[in-house]
Structure formats: structure tokens, C-alpha cells
Design a protein around this ligand. Structure first.
Ligand code: ATP
Ligand code: MG
Length: 635
């Protein structure tokens, strides 16, 4: 077993001690780090499965994100923005506050009230952050739609949330082309009368048609007063609706509250990133996903941090882009995804090695299990063996990180591929089908035993579905839908999705176990496996592998890989079929969609892939699937 004890981090044993003594009291002590206009009288009201945190307390998310810092240091840089075309902007906390106030006043002028929904469909520009905070300032519920989604996805979400206002732009930049966002919105809402107004940011200079309900940001918003009092809201007041990534099925509309959510985000941002005044933080996630909500918008801003925000593809115009950004802004903390790391790793070490990455001190990852091989590459090639790798496990539903190394409060040895231990105040177990804890080293389902502050309030407009998805498999335990194990040191290893677990000859195998086995062979960049029914074994394994650049796919390599997997994972993991492909079908947030592999391998009709529009880019998935079908010899 590899151990990496690089001794970086603080040692503050009392945080865990307090959390272990009394979880609710502990979270109360964390909540006190935020601004509250009124104190709560009850820390937790738990009517399973509905939790309300800090009942009676009043606060405001935008006040915590902006005013708190503006009062101390208005000129502190908040955002160092870079566009794909190389343009740059710098915004201070005061700049953000003025813009947020103007937009909040503009929304009020349009009749938006507390509890109303506002849809935000913007590229990664500072105005996206401004939009979220303007909604939060007046108690409107923001619902962000990733700017790569099409008209139909927008329509579905706008109908679901009944948004009265949409904020968008004339366009956004991605891979050298302009995505005409306003045109997409026009298509999406043509017949939706309840959408009263659309605010349009003029960002790329693309000509758009304006109708009676449209308002130009540059005229309408900019003409407003630049101050607006933050409305103090009940702690459980809904802050936002956000749809999950859609890896396992149709996205779910997760509803988050205010005081509990902010407390969890504030605490974990500090513990995970050990943030200090001089840091330059860079999270590559789009704000269209929960990582962007918690760790681009609310976490960093509540801590008065300075961060890089980038609009565009990380590998555009070539795969040096991300490393150049890090060098240009002297980024100290990087937070990205395994899928991005695998993409960079595929093209070798020369590119990162030729950029100055010496400013980096912490390296984070989120979104999928990180293969140990990728972890080690991140550690050695990017962090030069000096930066801890912070693998954070969490979900849209959990609001903030649940399992992660925490250099802000403790130094523990790291193990490549493990997100280490639950954060203080969060109680996680691995259980069997009956809900009984499994012994260390055994595999099972990940559950959360107690409510936690960042926990979703419900699924928007669907309490029954909320109960069914998360609280029906086990009594009073939150079912995360992930397969995992805990080792003897209490470290948790994520093994893949519960839906994707393989049963081969009586053994249960998580997809991540086999996939990481393949990736540990130096020539494989990415791998995805699935099981199909087999008369004797129960299931047989099919593997799809993407090779690193410059590696030739040969029969010899295939045999070599099969030997490798037998040796590293065990003969039970031997695939019956193994295919080399150029790419794998992924969600728009970059996660591998194994359910499609399975469907295709079983000859199930995938049908019209446009129904996947909500989860993935149809064209990309279509071409990846066509390649898989070809590999399988299926027309
Ligand atoms: P859907 O719920 O619609 O299928 P999704 O689960 O991919 O989509 P997210 O909430 O964006 O939507 O992702 C959360 C999931 O991502 C987790 O349940 C887990 O499977 C995976 N995940 C996130 N971080 C990690 C990590 N550090 N290690 C392993 N898996 C992770
Ligand atoms: Mg999920």
C-alpha cells in the first residue's frame, strides 16, 4: 500500500474532538463564523427525512459573500477573469457588491420577489457570479443552467421551476466559436407566457433580436442604484435549485437552503483548502454544476479569497492552456476533475513540465473516483511531490464536501485513490443490503447516518421522489447511490456507482476497481467497464479502453492488458471482451456514462439519443456510441 506522508497542513485536534462529542453542537460552533442578523433558537429540527438547520436564525448569502469582506477590505481582488480569447478583467469585492446591488435592484424593478425563481443561463463570466448573488440578496431562488445546454433542456427546467425572469448573454465563447445563448433562450421560451422578462448581457458583440420582454444589462441594469440592502432571510429559506449531472439517469432538481448550506460550505472550504489571504485559487468547474456553486461562488467569496475564473475550454487552443493560466496568475490552489487530469495525462509530461507550476501548494479533485495512477501523476508531475492531493467526495445533494483530506485542520498520510475520511460532523458508514455495517475492507453502499448542514431540503416540487430516491432503501439513513469500502485505517475508497456494480462468479466488483487496474498499466489513458448477463458467471465483463497518445492498439497489447488486470486486480476481473476506442460517452460535466455502455453491449435499443439531451451532448455521445458499436461488431 502506498502512503504519502508529506506532512503539509495544520494540526488542530480539537475540531474532530468537538465534532465527535456532539455533532449538532459542533455545527452550531461553525455557524457562528458566519454573519447572522438574528441568532437561531434551535440548531436542528429533524423530521426525517426533512431537516431544518439553525431555525429562527436570519442571514443572507450575498451579505456573507460580499459585505463581510467589503467592510474590511473593499479593494481585495475577488476575480481574475480570463476569456478564451485572452481578454482579462479584474474585479474587487467592492466592484462585485456594486454590480450585485444594481442587478438586485433591477430584479426588484421587474417585480421579482422573495421565493420567486430566476433562471441563469450565462457563460463563465463574472456576471454569472453577480447574478447568483443578486438573486440571493433579495431572496429569489436561482437556478443555473449550464451554458452548453440546448433549448429543450432549458425549456424543461424553466417550466419545472416556473422562472419569471431569465438572465442570459448575447453569446459565450467555447473552442473558438460563439454559442448564441440568447437565440437558444428565445427558442426555449417562445410560448412560455409566465416568463415575464429576459435580461441580456452584451458579452461577445453578437447581434440579437430584442423583444418587448427583453432588457439589456448595459442599459437597464447599469442604470440602477449601486446599493441595495441584503434581505435577511430565514435560515431554511431556499437559496437555489440545481439539477444533478445525470450520470445515472434523468437529472434531479436539488433544492438547497441558506444557513445550513453556507455553514457547511464555509467550514469545508477552510478545512480543505487551508485558504489564506495571499492565495490565488482556481477551480475549473463551471458554475452550472454544484462544484461551481459551492466552491467558485459561495466558499471562496465568504472567505474573501482571490480566484481565477476562466471562460472556455481548458485545452483550447491547445493542452498547454490550463498550465499557462496557472503560471500566469501564480495559482496556489487548483481544484479540478479526474476527467480533465486524464485528458492532460494522455498527452504526456512535456507540456506541464514546460510551464512554471512552482506557485502551486494544494491540488484538489472532485467528480469521479481518481485512479491511483492519475493521483500519482497529479502528485508528481503537477505538484512536484510537494502538494497534497485533496480528493473530495460529495454530491449535488450533499451541498459540500463530505469525505476529504483536510490540510486546514489536520495532517494525515494520503493514500492514492482514497478520499480519506469523512469531514468532522459528518457520519458516514458502509452498509450491506440490509443496512448493517460491513467490516473494514468489505464492500457495500455508502450511507450518511445523520443529517448534515449542507443536506438538500428536498427535490424541487417533489417530496415523494426525494423520499423514494434517498430515504427508502434504508430507514433514517441517506442512501448516496455509491459503492465503497472502508479500510482498517478508516479511509474510504469509492468503488463506483451502486447501479453499476458487477457480479462475477459470486464476487461483487465496483467499476472503479477494474478501471483503475487498467489505468495503472502505463499505456491506458482512460477506461470504462460494464457487465452483461452470463449464464455461468452471472455477469461477464466488457472493457472499453482509450490509449495514451502515440500508443498503437495491437493484439499483443490486448493480451498484455488482460495479464495485467489478472495480476493487479485478480482473475475474477478478467474481461471477456476488451475494445480499444478513441473516446467514451460522457455527461456534459465530463463523467463516464456506463449505463450507455451496458445498454449498447446488451443490444438494448438506446433509441433516440436526443432524449439524453439533458445529460450529455448528443453529437458527442452518438459518435462515441457508434465507435463502441463498431468495436462490438454491431451495425
Ligand atoms: P445523477 O445523480 O444525475 O446520476 P451525478 O451523480 O453524476 O448525476 P453529481 O451530483 O454531479 O451528479 O455527482 C455526484 C457523484 O459523483 C457522486 O455520487 C459520486 O458517484 C461521484 N463523485 C464525486 N466526487 C467523487 C470522488 N471524489 N470520488 C469518487 N466519486 C465521486
Ligand atoms: Mg447522483
Amino acid at each position: 500500500m502506498d502512503f504519502y506522508d508529506i506532512g503539509l497542513g495544520n494540526n488542530d485536534a480539537k475540531t474532530r474532538t468537538l465534532a465527535n462529542q456532539d455533532g449538532v453542537k459542533f455545527w452550531e460552533s461553525q455557524a457562528k463564523n458566519l454573519f447572522w442578523s438574528e441568532q437561531w433558537h434551535t440548531a436542528l429540527e429533524w423530521n426525517p427525512p426533512f431537516a431544518k438547520w439553525f431555525v429562527g436564525g436570519k442571514t443572507n448569502a450575498s451579505y456573507n459573500a460580499l459585505d463581510v469582506t467589503v467592510r474590511k477590505n473593499p479593494d481585495k481582488k475577488a476575480i481574475l477573469w480570463e476569456g478564451e480569447d485572452g481578454s482579462q478583467r479584474v474585479l474587487t469585492y467592492q466592484d462585485l457588491l456594486s454590480q450585485v446591488s444594481k442587478l438586485a435592484n433591477a430584479l426588484k424593478k421587474l417585480g421579482v420577489k422573495k421565493g420567486d425563481r430566476v433562471t441563469v443561463y450565462l457563460p463563465m463570466v463574472p456576471e454569472l457570479i453577480v447574478s447568483l448573488l443578486a438573486c440571493a440578496r433579495i431572496g429569489a431562488i436561482h437556478t443555473v443552467i449550464f451554458s452548453g445546454f440546448s433549448a429543450q433542456s432549458i425549456r424543461d427546467r424553466v417550466v419545472d421551476s416556473k422562472s419569471s425572469v431569465i438572465i442570459t448573454a448575447d453569446g459565450g465563447r467555447r473552442r473558438g466559436t460563439i454559442i448564441k445563448l440568447k437565440d437558444v433562450v428565445d427558442d426555449a421560451i417562445a410560448d412560455l407566457d409566465f416568463v415575464k422578462n429576459v435580461i441580456i448581457l452584451e458579452h461577445v458583440g453578437n447581434r440579437v433580436t430584442y423583444t418587448a420582454r427583453d432588457r439589456k444589462w448595459g442599459e437597464f441594469v447599469d442604470s440602477m442604484e449601486s446599493s441595495c440592502d441584503a434581505e435577511m432571510l430565514d435560515s431554511a429559506h431556499p437559496l437555489y435549485i440545481l439539477y444533478t449531472s445525470g450520470t445515472t439517469g434523468k437529472p434531479k432538481g436539488v433544492l438547497h437552503g441558506t444557513g445550513g448550506y453556507l455553514t457547511h460550505v464555509f467550514a469545508t472550504f477552510k478545512w480543505i483548502f487551508d485558504i489564506c489571504d495571499s492565495d490565488v485559487y482556481f477551480c475549473t468547474a463551471d458554475i452550472g454544476w454544484v462544484t461551481g456553486h459551492s466552491y467558485v461562488v459561495y466558499g471562496p467569496l465568504m472567505h474573501g479569497a482571490t480566484q481565477v475564473m476562466y471562460e472556455g475550454a481548458l485545452d483550447y487552443p491547445n493542452s498547454a492552456r490550463m498550465w499557462e493560466i496557472i503560471a500566469r496568475y501564480r495559482v496556489t490552489i487548483l481544484y479540478t476533475t479526474p476527467t480533465a487530469l486524464r485528458m492532460f495525462m494522455k498527452s504526456g509530461d512535456d507540456i506541464p513540465n514546460s510551464n512554471d507550476l512552482t506557485s502551486l501548494r494544494l491540488l484538489g479533485t472532485v467528480g469521479e473516483p481518481i485512479n491511483p495512477q492519475v493521483w500519482k501523476w497529479y502528485f508528481k508531475t503537477i505538484g512536484k511531490e510537494k502538494c497534497p492531493i485533496i480528493d473530495t467526495w460529495w454530491q449535488t445533494e450533499t451541498g459540500a464536501a463530505m469525505i476529504s483530506p483536510l490540510p486546514g485542520i489536520e495532517t494525515i498520510p494520503l493514500k492514492p485513490g482514497s478520499a480519506t475520511r469523512p469531514v468532522p460532523g459528518v457520519c458516514i458508514s458502509i452498509v450491506d443490503n440490509a443496512g448493517k455495517k460491513v467490516s473494514p475492507g468489505s464492500k457495500g453502499y455508502l450511507v450518511v447516518e445523520n443529517p448534515w448542514p449542507g443536506m438538500l431540503l428536498t427535490l424541487w416540487g417533489d417530496d415523494e421522489k426525494y423520499k423514494a430516491v434517498y430515504w427508502s432503501k434504508y430507514k433514517n439513513m441517506y442512501y448516496a447511490g455509491d459503492y465503497a469500502k472502508m479500510d482498517n485505517d478508516g479511509y474510504i475508497w469509492m468503488l463506483g456507482r451502486a447501479d453499476d456494480v458487477l457480479k462475477v462468479a459470486g464476487h461483487r466488483l465496483g467499476t472503479a476497481e477494474i478501471e483503475s487496474g487498467f489505468v495503472s498499466h502505463g499505456m491506458v489513458a482512460e477506461s470504462a467497464v460494464c457487465g452483461i448477463p452470463h449464464e455461468v458467471k452471472g455477469e461477464s465483463i466488457i472493457a472499453f479502453l482509450v490509449l495514451k497518445d502515440g500508443v498503437t492498439a495491437t493484439q499483443q497489447l490486448k493480451e498484455d492488458l488482460i495479464r495485467h488486470i489478472r495480476k493487479t486486480v485478480g482473475s475474477v476481473a478478467t474481461p471477456d471482451q476488451l475494445f480499444f476506442v478513441k473516446k467514451l460517452p460522457k455527461t456534459r460535466s465530463g463523467k463516464i456514462m456506463r449505463r450507455l455502455l451496458k445498454a449498447i453491449a446488451q443490444d438494448e435499443k438506446i433509441g433516440d439519443v436526443s432524449t439524453l439531451e439533458d445529460e450529455a451532448s448528443v453529437d458527442e455521445v452518438k459518435s462515441a456510441l457508434a465507435e463502441l458499436q463498431y468495436a462490438l461488431g454491431k451495425p
